[in-house]
Ligand binder design. Structure first.
Ligand SMILES: Nc1ncnc2c1ncn2[C@@H]1O[C@H](COP(=O)(O)OP(=O)(O)OP(=O)(O)O)[C@@H](O)[C@H]1O
Ligand SMILES: [Mg+2]
Length: 298
């Protein structure tokens, strides 16, 4: 999550994140094969600047022995849900963790290529990784609330950042955004461990939202939940895209087709295909995608 190392600065207003200038318009026409190359897509009124641009990304574990990602390039659109699918070990979690520099916390890893968020190179020497992780928050597979009250779980990131605003309002707003407020508003000061698994996961979403990220990464956020809790989390995700850009890893094809706008299929560290979700599931471009989405392998 974004607040794991909140060592610095008072960064709790979205306005504190400067709107960077667009530096690296894609010239490869990845989003539209028929369109001519656009050197700077911001100059075109119809073009939507990607929120996240991943460019020719390679990633290795074990001092180069495990080549987990190979030549990945993709644009992630703002205010959409993008799903990452693919068989176990294909690199989904690795890719997600590259987008908020969480992989750096693992020893003996090497990254090549680039990732830009709002045009800003998040791996530039002068980019603070703590800032990146605040701006690009993360929700994990297993709900992992702290052994604290519901209120303190949500307030924690803000507190350690020295937030001086109205904490009650921040907690309420974050819990409302995570669709949990109505269920917990009368027990804010009881332990988060008293909540069900699905409620705990929405609490973790609220905790991530409380530090105002732009992008929220979710690594199989519903895989440990029952169907009712899963559908609550899915509803929450669908509502969140109005305010955030969401990237979600899921093994559940129905879930990907229910909640995502675009889907990327990864296989053995490579991006095989990325397309609007309904197209990828009904008219996949690549045979390997078709084999995977129809359950013929994986
Ligand atoms: N911390 C690590 N150290 C070494 N190798 C790792 C590490 N994490 C992942 N890998 C390797 O990198 C490759 C990609 O793993 P990753 O966890 O990204 O896959 P995944 O698609 O998320 O799989 P799953 O669906 O099982 O979660 C695999 O070969 C895996 O063994
Ligand atoms: Mg994974």
């Amino acid at each position: 999550m974004s607040t794991d190392n909140p060592a610095d600065d008072a960064r709790l207003s979205p306005a504190s994140v400067d709107e960077p200038t667009f530096q690296n318009g894609r010239a490869d026409g990845a989003a539209d094969e028929d369109a001519p190359p656009v050197p700077n897509s911001k100059s075109s009124p119809s073009a939507v600047q990607p929120k996240v641009e991943i460019e020719d990304l390679d990633f290795w574990y074990d001092n180069g022995d495990t080549h987990a990602l190979q030549g990945i390039s993709m644009d992630i659109a703002p205010h959409q849900v993008t799903a990452l699918i693919g068989p176990s070990g294909c690199g989904k979690s690795t890719l997600l963790r590259c987008v908020n520099r969480m992989n750096e916390l693992i020893e003996n890893t090497v990254l090549e290529g680039g990732i830009h968020v709002d045009g800003q190179d998040i791996y530039a020497e002068d980019t603070d990784p703590v800032m990146v992780r605040r701006r690009v928050g993360m929700v994990f597979q297993e709900p992992n609330p702290f052994p604290k009250t519901i209120y303190k779980n949500v307030a924690w990131g803000a507190e350690v950042n020295g937030y001086t605003g109205d904490m009650d309002a921040l907690v309420e707003r974050s819990l409302r955004q995570a669709a949990l407020w109505d269920e917990v508003k009368d027990q804010l000061h009881s332990s988060a461990y008293n909540l069900s698994g699905g409620q705990q996961q929405r609490l973790c979403i609220a905790r991530t939202l409380a530090v105002h990220p732009d992008v929220v990464l979710m690594d199989e956020p519903a895989s440990a939940l029952d169907p009712i809790a899963t559908s609550k989390v899915e509803e929450t995700i669908t509502e969140l895209k109005q305010d955030y850009t969401i990237v979600i890893v899921t093994h559940n094809m129905q879930q990907a087709s229910r909640i995502s706008d675009e889907t990327a299929f990864l296989y053995m560290g490579r991006l095989v295909e990325m397309n609007p979700t309904d197209e990828l599931f009904t008219r996949p471009e690549k045979d390997r995608t078709e084999a995977y989405v129809t359950g013929r392998f994986g």
